[in-house]
Design a protein around this ligand. Structure first.
Ligand code: GLY
Length: 374
């Protein structure tokens, strides 16, 4: 169709290259877009019960239009699904469906489904191809692209997994309309991260257009998702397995992971909310270390507040541990190297960099002051 405002972002990873389609009506066109990948007209879809109830019929219709039959498994929604038991259930189900090496598995849901199903595809018969159809804003702009797949361990999030790139990503922006406002805004935490880490002009654009985007402006949504995916693609192509630059995508995440652990990975704090608070704290730390202008953290916070997002520790309901405990939780982050915390700090909006050279006292000071405002 030429009259849709769809955008296509190519992820040029050589033999593992793929396209990310961003736009409306992609579920209806899924059959036409997936058919060229298929050796036989049948796919296995793994979703969650919430997404399945809302959107599985639309996906089935899109596949059926090209004569592709679909078999589906719906897992319970929520982070707890990213576990060994559901991975086993998924892989055994895919074997029961007689999914072969040449077949395609579809991950149809948010970040939990994308990560779990991508990992199941990575290990099934030593690797089958999979298509990501992300249904949350967070999954559309971040987790569905770049090939990080995996599950959680009782010892921490995402500790078991594999890099396994999808063969195609279909980010249908119509599906975002069924997201709860809180989930949409949490996903926006990952969008704003891209402006903050590497593109000041995009941050300017978000300051002007993100309120409209949250209100439902379709072309703003398509632009924001496609631009975020384009930025992620450029970073992933430079550093697919996170030996260096890819860690920039973790701006705000060191603080976020400590806050998520402190709140028990519960509904008190969604991941994207923690990213937004973490970005505000990372800019505060950067300013205190004299790396960026003193007024820059205020600009970041003003935008997040304008978007009605969580930005302060006082926006998190319930008790939080003290600063020393939060710092200790940061030390359990995956990004710790040789016992040293790695931070993503910034010399300004759009100018993030990776460093291990952060005085413990400065981090503690930022946390103590943030907690004192509660
Ligand atoms: N979500 C961070 C990454 O994909 O590297």
């Amino acid at each position: 169709m030429t009259d849709t405002p769809e955008k296509i972002v190519h992820v040029p990873l050589g033999a593992r290259a793929y396209d990310v389609h961003v736009g409306p009506g992609l579920l209806a066109r899924s059959g036409a877009l997936i058919a060229p990948l298929l050796r036989r007209p049948r796919v296995a879809v793994v979703t969650d019960e919430t997404v399945g109830a809302l959107h599985l019929d639309a996906l089935r219709g899109g596949l059926d239009a090209q004569g592709i039959t679909m078999t589906a498994l719906a897992l319970p929604p929520g982070e707890a699904t990213k576990c060994w038991a559901q991975l086993e259930r998924t892989t055994e189900w895919l074997l029961d469906q007689q999914i072969e090496r040449g077949d395609i598995v579809i991950a149809f849901g948010g970040g939990v489904i994308g990560d779990l199903v991508g990992f199941a595809a990575a290990i099934l018969r030593r690797g089958v191809r999979f298509v990501q159809i992300p249904t949350s804003l967070l999954a559309q702009v971040d987790s569905s692209v770049g090939g990080k797949t995996g599950i959680n361990s009782p010892r921490g999030k995402n500790l078991i997994g594999a890099f396994h790139q999808p063969s195609l990503v279909l980010a249908d922006t119509d599906v975002l309309q069924t997201l709860k406002k809180r989930d949409f805004l949490a996903g926006y935490g990952e969008v704003v991260k891209y402006g903050l880490l590497g593109d000041a002009a995009f941050f300017d654009w978000l300051e002007a257009h993100a309120p409209g985007m949250a209100g439902g402006d379709l072309s703003a949504r398509i632009h924001a998702v496609a631009h975020s995916v384009g930025m992620k693609s450029a970073i992933v192509v430079r550093d697919e397995t996170e030996q260096g630059d890819r860690a920039l995508l973790n701006l705000g995440h060191t603080f976020c992971h400590a806050l998520e652990a402190a709140t028990g990975y519960s509904g008190r704090l969604l991941h994207g909310e923690g990213v937004a608070i973490g970005c505000a704290l990372a800019f505060e730390l950067s300013a205190r270390l004299g790396l960026c202008a003193q007024e820059t953290p205020s600009r970041v916070r003003a935008h997040l507040k304008n978007m009605k997002m969580k930005v302060d520790l006082s926006d998190i309901e319930g008790e939080l541990p003290d600063a020393e405990t939060l710092l200790a939780l940061m030390g359990q982050d995956k990004k710790v190297q040789d016992g040293q915390l790695r931070f993503i700090l910034a010399r300004g909006i759009g100018e993030a960099f990776i460093t291990s050279d952060v005085p413990r006292a400065a981090v503690l000071g930022v946390l103590q002051d943030a907690l004192a405002l509660r």
